[in-house]
Design a protein around this ligand. Sequence first.
Ligand SMILES: Nc1ncnc2c1ncn2[C@@H]1O[C@H](COP(=O)(O)OP(=O)(O)OP(=O)(O)O)[C@@H](O)[C@H]1O
Ligand SMILES: [Mg+2]
Length: 288
Amino acid sequence: MVTCWSTAMMMTAAMSASVPESRQERRAQERRRGERRERIELGPPLIVFSDIWKSFGAQVIYEGLDLVVHKGETLTIVGGSGTGKSVLLKCLLGLLRPDRGSIEAFGEEVSLRSEREMRSIRSRIGMLFQGAALFDSLDVADNIAYPLRQHGWRDESRVAARVSEVLEMVNLPGIERRWPAELSGGMKKRVGLARAIAIEPEVLLYDEPTTGLDPTNTRRIDQLIIDLQQRLGVTSIVVTHDMASAFRVSDRLAMLAEHRIVWCGFKDEVEEAPDPRVRAFIEGTIGE
Ligand SMILES: Nc1ncnc2c1ncn2[C@@H]1O[C@H](COP(=O)(O)OP(=O)(O)OP(=O)(O)O)[C@@H](O)[C@H]1O
Ligand SMILES: [Mg+2]
């Protein structure tokens, strides 16, 4: 992770070196690069974390974390390594439980649900795990087909067609019969993403979607995240260390530090964040 973080810092330092002086100039440059999207009007709350507390033994992760994700938005969570970004996504999926507090998704309380009851919520949420988390004993096609079959897809020709379709979407056509061990880290990540989007979930959780990808595939994945939002109205939570990517795909940014969300706002509000550490972190001029 240290390597990953320093890479991100080098990238963000490079970014900040090329950041133009004024806000207008920067926005004009973003518009020219096709990166500037107008602010969306926020929809109703879809996922609500309220007063979340969580520790692992003596290690405190959250102390009263609050965060609201609105329907149809792409919200990116940023923060230092080990601050609990991945744990937050796992709590939403019910893979980990907070010690205290409430997590609501689609108007239902997640943290009180049994494993069996979580299945219906999980069928509406796709997740790209940080390490892709492919099943080594299944080939690419069966990895991607896994959630489809779990959610009742019985027609194998339809399953195969959907597998090919999502592999094309992540720029890996024709690799159905390859095994995870034969793939590079970046390819695994893209297969993990293909698996996450296969069931056409209403909510997508992306944990470091572009880490380890080359610039072309980073752009492609960023564009895919934007397209899924714009074409299908998907609500997304992205976790990333890649600030350039965060600014491209997000409507809003939230910063996790000191065991809670210390700032959350539209990306063009970063410059007005009251805490200079938040501005410096998100604009990529300091590490933690
Ligand atoms: N299941 C677990 N049991 C014990 N500790 C855990 C568990 N999961 C995560 N942790 C610890 O909780 C802390 C937060 O982990 P998390 O993976 O959420 O960090 P992160 O913000 O995603 O970091 P990174 O940016 O490096 O991915 C870490 O110190 C981690 O070791
Ligand atoms: Mg993580």
